[in-house]
Design a protein around this ligand. Sequence first.
Ligand code: ATP
Length: 434
Amino acid sequence: MTVSMETIVSLAKRRGFVFPSSEIYGGFGSFWDYGPLGVELKSNVKRAWWRSMVYGRDDMVGIDSAIIMHPHVWVASGHVNSFTDPLVDCKVCKNRLRADDLVEQKCPICGGELTEARQFNLMFKTFVGPVESEASVAYLRPETAQGIFVNFTNVQATTRKKLPFGIAQIGKSFRNEITPGNFIFRTREFEQMEVEYFVRPGTDEEWHRRWIEERFQWYLKYGIKPENLRLRPHCENELAHYAKGCSDVEYLFPMGWAELEGIANRTDFDLKQHTTHSNRDLSYFDEETGEHIVPYVIEPSAGADRAMLAFMIDAYDEEPDNTGTRVILRFHKDIAPIKVAVLPLSKKEPLIKVAKEIEHALRKTFVATYDETGSIGKRYRRQDEIGTPYCVTVDFDTLEDKAVTIRERDSMEQIRVPIAELKAALREKLEPED
Ligand code: ATP
């Protein structure tokens, strides 16, 4: 089924996934706040990524570097000079646009004449310390990657990892985008999930191929439909200044195919640049050959917010039911923000007491919720709409047979389980993906 961005934005707001930031002041500059369900959903996306990329492999370790780094980092990486987009202004309606997005040389909003394009640097500037001078200028990082490169030697020396190995990091990045939009697809503050995978020069193209395949499969594994996912190799003139090759994993968003993740071959560009600018040796000592080598780097770089948006859009489904329409987010169980909802069939004691006790017991193991408001059908639908995979219903028979019903979201199948075995049954169903 195809769903519009408006439907997703409105569901996200109504159910507490994502709110416009500073909403009581009218919102602000395409920033967004994640509500109670959004924070769970995004952290599940990040957890699934970390499980696959770090815990699931013996050639990967993680770090968490500072958002504000030495300003020389961004000179060495090329961001101060070349992290720019071409900007044009409309002389009539004064809108600012990215020149590379334009189809014709006139304003797409009012048809007015445009100014000459000028290069606009996307990095947010700030000052460190009390004096606002050129000497105290620093930047909010526009990518997490550089925090990995500058720690290459620290990590390699402390973990004694041998090539090939990778360093993973998840964290906020900031870009003063000229034209943010499409909800959380393009924002000025977002989270990246990046790996820098260090390999011997000469093996880089093979590793690049492997990583492209691995990353493509990751999205399928967590439920993205194959027909909505594709790979797009970059052509020569699209490549970033540091890249020998790059392929994007693209998703069919409501506004069309767009990048979810880029997998680039960054060569030895960054390590060499930091060696030159810092005067520190960032080479790797190869015990087999007795040589110092500068590794090549393959970089799978994904956006947590974009992935979350894709998971929401892809999971969205509607079905007719006896009250009109049943909306379902068919999330993969690992991605679903709430795993179990406990629902007493009626708002009567002692059902409520029993149901609350069950919910409290489950809470220690799963992200669980409790709901007693409205008819049972309405409550099932409320859970379907946020993608909760299992509802546990406590009914009058429960008082006699000490058993409850587990209802599965997609099939709506119900099974009866003794309360004593409920946790084990749910644990088996909700065991995270390998
Ligand atoms: P685009 O061409 O869409 O601007 P990019 O090629 O500049 O993206 P990269 O620098 O490769 O993006 O960043 C890696 C990933 O970080 C992207 O695939 C995306 O998922 C995420 N990302 C980048 N910029 C943004 C943004 N402004 N808002 C949300 N996510 C972003």
